[in-house]
Design a protein around this ligand. Sequence first.
Ligand SMILES: Cc1cc2nc3c(=O)[nH]c(=O)nc-3n(C[C@H](O)[C@H](O)[C@H](O)COP(=O)(O)OP(=O)(O)OC[C@H]3O[C@@H](n4cnc5c(N)ncnc54)[C@H](O)[C@@H]3O)c2cc1C
Length: 547
Amino acid sequence: MIADFRAVLAEGFPLEADIVIVGAGPVGIALAEEFEGDSLNVLVVEGGGVEIDEELQSLNKAVVAGLPHTGHFDGRARAIGGTGRLWAGQCLRLDAIDFESREWIPRSGWPFDGKTLAPFYNRAETFFKLSGAVYDERNYGLAGLEPPHWLGDGVRSQFTVLTPEINTWRYHSRRLRHARSIRLLTHANVVDIRKNPAGNKVDSVYLRSLDGAGACIRAKAVVLAAGGIENARILLSSRGQESEGIGNRHGLVGRFFQEHPNGITATVFPTDVVDLQARFRLFYHGSIRKFPKFALNPALQRLHRVLNCNAHLVFEYPEDSGLNALRRTVLALRRRHLPEAPLQQLRMILRGIDQVGGAAVRRFVEGKSPLATPTAVRLQCYLEQAPNPDSRIYLTHGLDRLGMPRLCVDWRLTDLERETLLIMTRAVRSEFASAGLGDVRPEPWLEEGGDGWKTKLKDCSHHMGATRMAGSPKDGVVDADCEVFGVHGLFVAGSSVFPTSGFANPTLTAVALAFRLADRLKGRLSRMDAGEVEAVPSSDGFATVSS
Ligand SMILES: Cc1cc2nc3c(=O)[nH]c(=O)nc-3n(C[C@H](O)[C@H](O)[C@H](O)COP(=O)(O)OP(=O)(O)OC[C@H]3O[C@@H](n4cnc5c(N)ncnc54)[C@H](O)[C@@H]3O)c2cc1C
């Protein structure tokens, strides 16, 4: 069932649930669907409405300190389906090394290794209609191409695989509409979380809509799945019982905020530009697209004591080419609006009809990207960011229309990121030279002193780390089961729990973690139903008492 919170409130709504899931983005949806047909009473509360609208989007406005950061606003959707309405759909698993504690990266590592997540990655791939996806050089063979012959130990081939279900909401709305055990309320923004009087267990969430409707829902378990930034904001804003917010005894909520910093680090002068386009532009496998990239080998990361990093080639085509006009039009239509100056785009497509026709044959008959003459080929790197307590999001004194404190985003980078970019770019230069692919000329800013390099990198709406997972409350906000230290029954789902975040696009991992959490929640709640006494942590997160 899907309903508008404002309407059901007027009709008298049962204000209790076994599980309240906050947010209906890809993570909240994946989690909720796991309870379909279950006897548990699951309520999803989604702050947004059916469409993305300006008033609701304005709730995402924040102040920026630190480095420029645009994705806190442009890169989030307060609507049903969440940012899954805007995303590109690239999926990739984290590497084994991303889970390791690496002594040259302070506070790196997860409380479990990559193998623990493997079965949940399989389920996440099924959720995104990518069962059996492979992310390595086997994709070249599947496309009938020879992989690049990397000769050194610098880089390895790697692909992101794009889900054909790019609008998560469109594909899952039908299932949720008909799910009997799941209720989903729109326009229901959580503004506060309450604990029991002993302060060691979640009790309820407070909901508010923009027109002032409000209600309190009691639940046995609450899962925050409100996105990488908002999860931290909700915890920090819940100050009714503890002035520093919930789960924030050690002042860690909002800290270690990570992105995947990215930028152009070199220009490539290809030996054979046709061959380069064939190997490094999108491959098409039916409705599935695969994006060829290359990643820094773990051995080199260890040798140079740097972070994880990957890169791809950007082929720049003349702005007025038919292909570029077609690309702009397809991108706009995918977002359900017209491209800028639609008639002009149409004219450019028609003028370049031969090129566009050739592109269509390559795309639909051969499953390959179009060939054209680029004006330039660039190397674009995406890298892991070191966990840094000073890179953080925190509350300001300003309030939004719901009365919630607005955030300040203070995104910061360290020298380790610059060092990683240097090592990666040099590795690509020597690999491209030895494989005969071309001459890679690094950007001068990479080698210059000072902080200028930081302005060459951008954020990319991958919001991670602000409610990090750890083995102890002194090191993180949630435990290995995503439960907030010291608050029994309060969980966080999504990329905000990543302690370190590799370079892989985060959503597949976030959904895999949601499936892991679903299994644990089912086990726990069925034990409670059977009358078993639960061990409840004391509010400092260490000792245990019986409830
Ligand atoms: C342009 C773009 C391209 C991207 N491309 C990729 C990609 O290719 N691959 C990838 O892995 N990731 C990509 N991402 C990131 C990806 O979109 C996010 O990782 C993903 O959407 C996170 O899912 P989520 O469910 O955790 O959060 P969200 O999708 O942000 O959903 C959170 C939900 O919670 C709701 N909510 C927020 N606050 C409240 C509240 N107080 N009460 C109730 N509900 C609330 C929101 O309305 C929203 O529906 C991209 C993002 C952008 C902007």
